[in-house]
Design a protein around this ligand. Sequence first.
Ligand code: ADP
Ligand code: MG
Length: 615
Amino acid sequence: QKGKPKFLHINSPSKPPLKPLNSIKIPVNLQTSQTPLSKALETLTKIKPFLQTNYQPILLGWLCSSASVFSLSQIIPRVGSFSSNLINTVSISKLREQCLLLGILVLVKLVASYWQQAFLWEASLRTVYKMRVFVFQKVLERELDFFEGCNGVSSGDIAYRITAEASDIADTVFALLNTIVPNTLQLFAMAMQMLVINPSLSLITAMVIPFMAFVIANLGERLRKISKISHLSIATLASYLNEVLPAILFVKANNGELTEHARFERLAYTDFSRHLAKKKMKALIPQIIQIIYFGVLCMLCVGSLVVSRGSFDGCSMVSFVTSLVFLVEPIQGVGKAYNELKQGEPAIERLLDLTKMKSKVIEKPDAIDLSHVKGEVKFCDVSFKYADDMPLVLDGLNFTVRAGETVALVGPSGGGKTTLVKLLLRLYEPSSGSILIDNNNIQNIRLESLRRHVGLVSQDTMLFSGTVAENIGYRDRMTNIDEEKVELAARIANADEFIRTLPEGYRSQIGPRGSLLSGGQKQRLAIARAVYQNSSILVLDEATSALDGKSELLVREAVERLMENHTVLVIAHRLETILTADRIFLLENGKLEELTRSTFVARHRDSLLSAGAVI
Ligand code: ADP
Ligand code: MG
């Protein structure tokens, strides 16, 4: 047993052998009522807008392919006559001349083929690049429910669709472009040659084609289904990794390595078996297409019979068979393109599915920009549930936060506080009722304007890899970050001190998701970012939970000082924070109740006293 890898026992005979997981949720319908061809056409229409922007390389590629086919059609009869000249021993100089011409033609064909592929690849990759950028823009615009709802798509799945799966689309597009003109041209050129040389033999050959088409179409449809399933299994793998790796601290702290290893192995095994099925199908299809080579063989036999009877000279025979060989190439190409399309269809569908907006949050065309906001927030009879079949999270809320006021929102966790904030930012639409800012219904305000005036420090501090300054100045990240403002914001958020102890101060990298910082440091950075944004309405959603008492006090004082004329909605558990607010709202069981200070103190007297608060 020496040297046996640590985790190998998972495969030991006592354990049941791994089986592919059939429980993987397949959210898409694999069965379609469409015929393979109409489905293919639909896919083509989907990618057409992205292809259309690449006319130039496509046309150049097709031009090169015409040159290549033209030189091929010149080469073939010359090969025939060259070979018969060899037998008939013509003069050396004539042979040399023919040899030179053939050489030049072959060279032209090779160069033209190279540029044909280079241009068509450029067009295909550009198409994918355009699709990716378009899809990501749409993903960013999508409703929040798409990411976090009960049917939400995991970030790993989205990442997989936009990265690896989209790369596969390039192969599909290339195969298509390579077929539409180059293969068709070559097919016709070769067929013409054969017809000219020997019509009856050509017709016999042509009889194989419908049979091939039937086989290819059927296998293609199966390949599409297998491809779709294999895409899903790898997307599951990606989602899994995306979830577990960021939580590696938790996994290790809970001895979760074995469990995670086993989970991963099952998912990987599922992916393996599905990919194997796909690869087998992909290997089978060309073999079946190769059957046409047997056709070539038969032609050779028939041809030589005819030659021996003297009705068909050797030179034509060589040309005919060479044409046939080059006819098989485009037929294979068409088959390959069809299969690539069938294989790529799920990828194209899954990628473009990401752009299907189902949002109820729609910006009205006549929505207004708020230039100056005093900061009054009013909820009128607001009710909300996440989905029709789910219970009400907020049930007829009515309250007003006056401009410049600081209001504490308290309540049990799961009470709907964060949901209320999401409604205020119009990340979700209330099921009924309306929300007003300075007496403007937020449905009539441009989303960009609304979200500029409402600053949020959320429960989960969301920081990005990059420097401290880039994170604080997030709003101006793509333009010009005002360094003085960054430092001022950091001082106000009481973050300046720790930032200066970092190796490169404001230019220090904070790691992916801010992993190089402590919880409290991350929160102070997030607060500094909100201060930098300088919104009239500031929402702190449990933003001070990871701060120690001293820093929290400083932050609170600072925020209050800065926000003297600003509205602050602070969701907090800390009693001291709650007590500094002008008013206190309790959100419980979907209902909102205003608590007077004395009621609140009376309810929490014991915990307040033990926390050392001055009542
Ligand atoms: P709080 O912030 O007060 O702790 P939340 O507003 O986050 O509570 O959640 C309120 C309720 O809504 C909880 O019962 C939670 O399970 C549910 N909930 C939160 N987000 C979603 C979501 N995206 N889809 C469905 N239900 C959700
Ligand atoms: Mg919350």
